[in-house]
Every structure is written in C-alpha cells, then in structure tokens.
Design a protein around this ligand. Structure first.
Ligand code: AMP
Ligand code: GLY
Length: 420
C-alpha cells in the first residue's frame, strides 16, 4: 500500500484484517500504519523501484492511496509488468487530474453538472465571466490539493482571482481555468468501485471542508466526516448510479480509457436532482476512515477483484451504524502548521473509538505532529449524535496542546436527528 495519511491508515487497518492478506507492506506509511504493516522506504515517483520491490517480494496486489501517483501513471507502469494494482490508469485518472477533461466528458455523456467554459488565458477568462452570474466559480484545471477552487462573490473578486490564477499561484495546475455555473444545494459524496465494466456502489459520506465551526473559514482537505450520508436516500443513490456513475464508466470504456479503482463523486443535491461537482480517482480523506470503519466485507478480496477485472457479482457490505471522524489538526492548518508538537494518545482508544494517524511521526520515542491534519478520531453509533459523542469523548482523552479540532462535526445531521 502506497501513501502515508489517515486514509492509508484506514486502508491498511482493513487490508490487514483480510484473510487473504498474508503480509502487508506500506510505503512510506506513518506510525499508525506501522501497527498494521511493515514500512518500507519506497519513493512512489520512482516506478522502477516500486516494480523491483513488488517483484522481489512477490506482491499480489498494490493499493495506491493518493491521487498524485495515479495521475503520474504508476498504475500503468505496474500493470505493464503484470502486477495487479488497485487504482486507475493515467488516462482514467484525468477524471481527477483535469477538471476540464471531466466537464467535457460530462457533456459528451449527458451527465448532470454545472455549465462551464474552459479558458487558457486571463483575457479569455475575463471575457467568459460575462456568460455567468455571481457567485463565480473558478477552478484551476489540474491537481491543487483541494485548494484550486475559488468562489468569488462579485465580478471584481472574480477578476482578481483570475489574475492570481493565471499569474501562477497554482503553478502548472493553473495554466487552464474552468469557469462554472454556481450550483446551490447540499453536498454529499458517493463512492463506487469499478473494474471498467462492473460497478459496485461503495458507500456514502459527508465531510466538513471549512476549518472552523459552523462551516466557516478557509477550505481544508476535510476536518471531519460521517458515513452514511442519510441525505443520499436509496432513491437518490439509484439516480446517481444511473445518471452519473454508469454513463461515466461506460463512456470511459468506450473511449479506450476504462476506469478501474474507486470513483469518488462529489455531488451537489440541487432542486433539480443530484449534479456532479467533481470526481476524485481515490478514496476521500477523511471519508475513507468512516467507510472502512463500517465496511464488513473483505477489502483485499474486493480490491483484487477490482484490479483483475472480476468485480461482477461482488458486493460491499457495510454496517448499518453511523461512523464519524473528527480531524485533529496542528495549529496553523490549513496555512503553515506548527510541526513537532507532542501527542499523548493515552487511553483514547478502546471506548468505542479508533484513532487513525495522518500527519504523525516518532521523534526520540515521542509521537509528534508532522503535518497539517494529524489524527482522525473515529467512532461509531446508532445515530450521528451517538457517534459524535463517543468521538469527542475520545478527543477529550488525547493530549495534543499544539492541535485543534472542530467541535461540531456532523452538525447538519445531528440537527435533523433531533428535529424529528
Ligand atoms: P471541488 O474541488 O471541485 O470539489 O470544489 C471544492 C468546493 O467548491 C466544493 O466542495 C464545493 O463546495 C464548491 N464548488 C465547486 N464547484 C461548485 C459549483 N459549480 N457550484 C457551487 N459550489 C461549487
Ligand atoms: N475530503 C475531501 C477529499 O478527500 O477530497
């Protein structure tokens, strides 16, 4: 397994439980992943080194956690050597790697999404603003670690943001900018596994992108999440499969870019039905942590079926309960996080809570913060409220003076639960 975040800790934890997984290696991993796997110092950008490691150690399945190695074509390099890999090819990973690519695909396949224009210069983009009403949605085309989207309240703000984007603030990712129609509604995430032909729905979740309570402040990679997302009723899920996921998988295959791996659809639930905001070509982080907490099926077996084109007839079984995770981040995040702060987990785990490590490291025998998002404190419950209580009780048992977390993860759903 490649990766080192909370998502990868959750995947490693679940993979290690699979009867067919006799030995698990993780690269580069983190101190939490080290409890589940043997860590190895492999650089995912060095495809030859990854291949050599797999051949020497007779690796039966490679799981690629983050998007960067996928967009970089690591899955192609491994497949060319006959090594089974969970994750899409470089061509298929364009669904996350290029927002313009995805918008064009939606148009060809008739998938409901926001109207858009692709632009390649400041002049073109500024002129294109005429075709939209405020608020303006501006997106750097390429990977930008979740920070490539600007929602500008008025035209002046939009023009300033465009100047910034074309001025190089997102590097290569901002060489092209997609301008989109603003969609109003509630956001939810839908996951599906596919081997290019067969498709298996693989859970729903909602996350909290803003850093502050009440969904305020700057965007982050996600400050917490819960699964399932009750707003995605079974009718809506069937509609998402029919109108969004199935046409995507069909069109990608028909155009010679079969998609294999997990397809993560970010959705806007609008008055006229679910519409696609974006695709990701990997699991969400921290959405993965709550999905894996609920997953009852054998993860390694499902991923191998996905990797080898044998997904037909496979299903993913999830516990009915809610799983909720609270992200503890280092102070300063999503700006420059303060690294090196000591963490004492004490007895936080084991009262119905599970802690996944994200940006942690061991320094002189002490667990310390080494990144922005540091811990994912995860709990289950019969309701979101119950899972939330258990998770925050565990947060209360952790000593991490250099950290902070939101105090209201799951608030929308808790409000809905307590209204009835
Ligand atoms: P993305 O990286 O494409 O998921 O965008 C980041 C966030 O920006 C989303 O989670 C939404 O909150 C918001 N967003 C993106 N596109 C739109 C849109 N067309 N209309 C409204 N909000 C959007
Ligand atoms: N939590 C959002 C993401 O993983 O993209």
């Amino acid at each position: 397994m490649l990766g080192s975040g909370g998502r990868e800790h959750a995947l490693a934890w679940k993979l290690a439980q699979s009867p067919g997984c006799t030995k698990l290696y993780a690269a580069p991993g983190n101190p939490g992943i080290a409890q589940e796997a043997e860590l190895v110092g492999l650089d995912a950008t060095d495809h030859a080194a990854v291949i050599a490691f797999c051949q020497t150690n007779e690796i039966g399945l490679v799981v690629i956690g983050p998007e960067a190695p996928l967009v970089d074509g690591l899955a192609d390099s491994l497949r060319a050597e006959g090594i089974p890999v969970f994750g899409p090819s470089q061509a298929a990973a364009q669904l996350e790697g290029s927002k313009g690519f995805t918008k064009d695909l939606c148009e060809r396949a008739g998938i409901p999404t926001a109207g858009y224009v692709r632009t390649v210069s400041l002049e073109q983009a500024t002129a294109a603003l005429d075709r939209f009403d405020a608020p303006f949605v501006l997106k750097a085309d390429g990977l930008a670690a979740g920070k490539g989207v600007v929602i500008a309240e008025n035209r002046a703000e939009a023009e300033a943001a465009l100047a910034d984007m074309f001025g190089g603030s997102f590097g290569e990712a901002g060489a092209e900018v997609v301008i989109e129609e603003f969609m109003a509604g509630e956001e939810a995430s839908f996951f599906a596994l596919t081997d290019g032909t067969a498709i298996v729905p693989f859970g729903t979740a909602q996350d909290h992108k803003r850093v502050g309570d009440g969904d305020t402040g700057p965007n982050t990679g996600g400050m917490g999440a819960y699964s399932p997302a009750p707003v995605l009723t079974s009718e809506l899920q069937a509609q998402v499969m029919r109108e969004i996921i199935e046409p995507t998988v069909r069109t990608m295959a028909a155009e010679g870019m079969p998609y294999s791996g997990v397809l993560y659809a970010g959705l806007m639930l609008t008055d006229t039905g679910p519409r696609l905001i974006e695709y990701n070509c990997r699991f969400g982080d921290p959405e993965c942590q709550v999905l894996m907490t609920r997953l009852e099926s054998d993860l390694a077996k499902i991923m191998l079926a996905c990797a080898t084109g044998k997904l037909e007839g496979v299903t993913g079984e999830f516990a009915d309960e809610t799983a909720l995770t609270v992200v503890m981040a280092a102070k300063g995040y999503p700006g420059t996080p303060v690294r090196g702060g000591a963490i004492h987990l004490r007895d936080a785990e084991g009262h119905g809570a599970k802690i996944f490590h994200a940006g942690t490291a061991m320094k002189d025998g002490q667990l310390v913060a080494s990144g922005g998002r540091v811990l994912n404190v995860t709990a289950t419950g019969k309701t979101v409220l119950e899972a939330q209580r258990t998770a925050y009780e565990a947060v209360g048992r952790i000593s991490f003076p250099g950290g902070f977390c939101r105090r209201d993860i799951g608030w929308r759903e808790v409000l809905r639960e307590t209204e009835v």
